[in-house]
Design a protein around this ligand. Structure first.
Ligand SMILES: [Zn+2]
Length: 161
């Protein structure tokens, strides 16, 4: 992984360890091109957040709530609108729009105190296969995920009108 516009070495804002060496402050490596998330705790949390959203929406749809719902949070609203349109009553699971989900995940990390690496980062996987990466650091990654998760729950339960 490298910076898009310079050859500067990426390092942790807390302990100055280089990205290659790694340290406990790496919060998440979010691939905005392929909608993936890397990092010990982060990849797990990424899947879990998605499961929370899908479960919540499925419960709403199963209970017959389909029309007239909207959310204060624009990303949550966008996620809802897609699943609502795709849903049929025999569905036992949903899948959210991954671009909208990745967007929401990034915002939650920011709100929860994750420190975004300021420059654009790219990862090359060969010709024509380049990902845009958002790298996040935190002094205490586990704590940031806790806060991000309660923020997600709050946003999911806050319906606008
Ligand atoms: Zn560090």
């Amino acid at each position: 992984m490298r910076e898009e516009d310079s050859e500067q070495i990426i390092c942790c804002p807390y302990c100055r360890a280089t990205y290659e060496v790694g340290c406990e402050h790496t919060l998440a490596i979010v691939d905005e091109t392929f909608n993936e998330c890397h990092g010990d705790l982060a990849s797990e949390q990424y899947d879990e957040f998605r499961t929370i959203i899908e479960g919540h929406f499925l419960r709403l749809l199963k209970s017959g709530q389909r029309e007239g719902l909207s959310w204060d949070d624009v990303n949550v609203n966008e996620l809802w609108n897609v699943v609502r349109e795709d849903y049929s009553p025999q569905d036992e699971e949903l899948s959210v729009d991954m671009f909208a989900f990745t967007n929401l995940f990034i915002k939650l990390l920011e709100v929860a105190g994750g420190k975004r690496y300021p420059n654009s980062l790219i990862e090359g996987y060969g010709p024509g296969m380049t990902s845009v990466i958002r790298l996040f650091y935190a002094e205490d990654p586990a704590r940031v995920f806790e806060v991000a998760r309660s923020e997600l729950e709050a946003r999911l339960h806050k319906e606008g009108r």
